[in-house]
Design a protein around this ligand. Structure first.
Ligand code: UT7
Length: 331
């Protein structure tokens, strides 16, 4: 059986740090409120002229370097994002050009914070079906550009960044064991960006109504997020007759420390099984999981043969998980 394995990871975070204290000067909030309710301390903000494709390209280059794979060997680039450079064409095509990945076809996936897991599932299918042997999977965002910086309900939560993995056909027992994806469009109004697209075309009144910015009913999203993240994580484990004690590392989508802790508790994972970096970067949507994975890999927290569980939840609603037998030799 052909399996897809992760052979390299990379990430790229903008240099500029925006702290909770900085945000105190922008809206009616406090570091104490933000940290207590979300676990976030600071987030990264892209520089002027630094776009989603730039962060994605650097993250991808780092992943290729770790994998020892040339960009021309890549047959597919899938990029999860909700803050693309343009409405179209796909940001993945810009990354393809930047990398010189001339043998790859490229497309974006719009699954909000589940974007990386959805993109990973797509690339796994590409490899397992025998269509190709090497793919790049990226989650990249410049959410700071679609945030309403006058809305304290949302502006404290999000940040910019990118993470990437190289996926290759595997000839051993390691690799992606399975992916599990779900959606429910009936929750659209709880988390979305109303404009501008064809339903709300660009207009002055639309700008005055703050349509081009992310809207969220946070406390409603919170409840569904914990439930679905728990369910989809258990779905992955139960598929393989595995239990929480088998998990070496759990990388959940980093939206809010309280969501991660509540989810981990329901799955019956201990604190040291859970990877948390939300304090440093906030919620970077599709980038949270590959960024955390890259940091864990480079810090030696993942060893060949380890069981990695990843779960995400986001606008749509979309949610999903992936279970991985880790392939990269620790060195
Ligand atoms: O990545 C996709 C999925 N997204 C998520 O999973 C996000 C899910 N939601 C959350 O993380 C949390 O719901 C939030 C962090 C957004 C909010 O925390 P909460 O504990 O659910 O607070 P809340 O929305 O129930 O608001 C409690 C109070 C309200 O005041 P009143 O009505 O009790 O007087 C808010 O107006 O906190 C107020 N509030 C703030 N106060 C200071 C809301 N935002 C702020 C703020 N600073 N930034």
């Amino acid at each position: 059986m052909i399996r897809a394995k992760i052979s390299g990871t990379g990430s790229c975070m903008p240099e500029k740090i925006l702290t909770n204290q900085d945000i105190e000067k922008m809206v009616d909030t406090s570091h104490e409120w933000i940290f207590a309710r979300t676990g976030i301390n600071e987030r990264r903000i892209a520089a002027e002229g630094e776009f989603t494709s730039d962060l994605a390209t650097t993250a991808a280059q780092r992943a290729l370097e770790m994998a020892g794979v040339d960009a021309q060997e890549i047959g597919l680039i899938v990029l999860g994002t909700i803050s693309a450079d343009y409405p179209w064409p796909a940001t993945a095509c810009i990354v393809q050009k930047n990398l010189g990945a001339t043998n790859a076809y490229a497309y974006d996936i719009s699954a909000a914070c589940s974007g990386f897991i959805y993109a990973l599932a797509s690339a796994v299918d590409y490899i397992v079906s025998g269509r190709g042997k090497k793919a790049l999977v990226i989650g990249a965002e410049t959410l700071s550009r679609i945030i309403d910086w006058s809305d304290r309900n949302t502006c404290v939560l999000f940040g910019d960044g990118a993470g990437a993995v190289v996926l290759e056909a595997s000839d051993d027992e390691t690799g992606i064991l399975s992916t599990h994806l779900h959606s429910d469009g009936s929750y659209l109004d709880l988390l979305y960006q109303p404009g501008f697209a064809t339903r709300h075309m660009p207009s002055v009144s639309g700008i005055e109504a703050h349509l081009p910015f992310l809207k969220m009913q946070g406390n409603e999203v919170f409840k569904v997020a914990v439930r679905m993240l728990t369910e989809v994580s258990l779905e992955a484990l139960h598929t393989h007759n595995l239990g929480p004690e088998d998990v070496s590392l759990f990388i959940p989508h980093q939206a809010n420390r309280r969501i991660l802790e509540a989810t981990a508790k329901r799955i019956k994972l201990t604190e040291d099984q859970v990877c948390i970096n939300v304090h440093k970067y906030g919620n970077t949507s599709s980038a949270t999981i590959p960024v955390a994975m890259d940091e864990a890999c480079r810090a030696g927290q993942l060893k060949k043969g380890d069981l990695l569980l990843m779960s995400a939840f986001g606008g749509g609603f979309t949610w999903g998980s992936a279970l991985v037998r880790w392939s990269i030799q620790d060195n």
